[in-house]
Design a protein. Structure first.
Length: 144
């Protein structure tokens, strides 16, 4: 009887740990390297502009439709998905490793659960396409 109890306890512990690991926060972002000589005030202004432009409802509905979030998140509409993206996306300063060494960057991404990191990564990449349009940056030639 004791062996069965220990096995059930260990099995339950394994499932609990697995559920915990899958539901941990897992931010996914795409770094946008910026000129290291750019003043901090200008960088902060760019970050604020991107936050404002990326939180537009129509843009987020389009992102939701392009990524197929309604089916993946099982929500009623793309508007609901857009609200969820707005709650979870971020634009913040950071650093990125480049062949020339560490450079300052602007990180555009989404916070989500560890089990949904593929979806979060797809959203971050799609938001980066919009950032390139907003800032007038050409996409890398090998991107597609």
């Amino acid at each position: 009887m004791g062996v069965v109890a220990v096995m059930l306890l260990l099995g339950g512990g394994w499932f609990a740990r697995r559920a915990y690991q899958q539901n941990r926060p897992q931010p996914m972002w795409v770094p946008l390297p910026i000129n290291p000589e750019l003043p901090l005030a200008k960088r902060d202004a760019i970050i604020q502009q991107l936050k404002t432009r990326l939180s537009d409802q129509q843009l987020l509905v389009k992102v939701s439709g392009d990524v197929g979030l309604r089916q993946k998140w099982q929500l009623a509409s793309d508007e609901d998905c857009a609200r969820q993206i707005r709650q979870n996306f971020f634009v913040r300063p950071g650093e990125v490793d480049t062949p020339m060494g560490k450079m300052p960057s602007i990180n555009i991404g989404v916070t989500g659960k560890s089990k949904d990191q593929a979806v979060s990564g797809a959203i971050a990449l799609r938001l980066m396409e919009e950032v390139r349009k907003i800032l007038g940056i050409e996409a890398p030639k090998d991107a597609r």
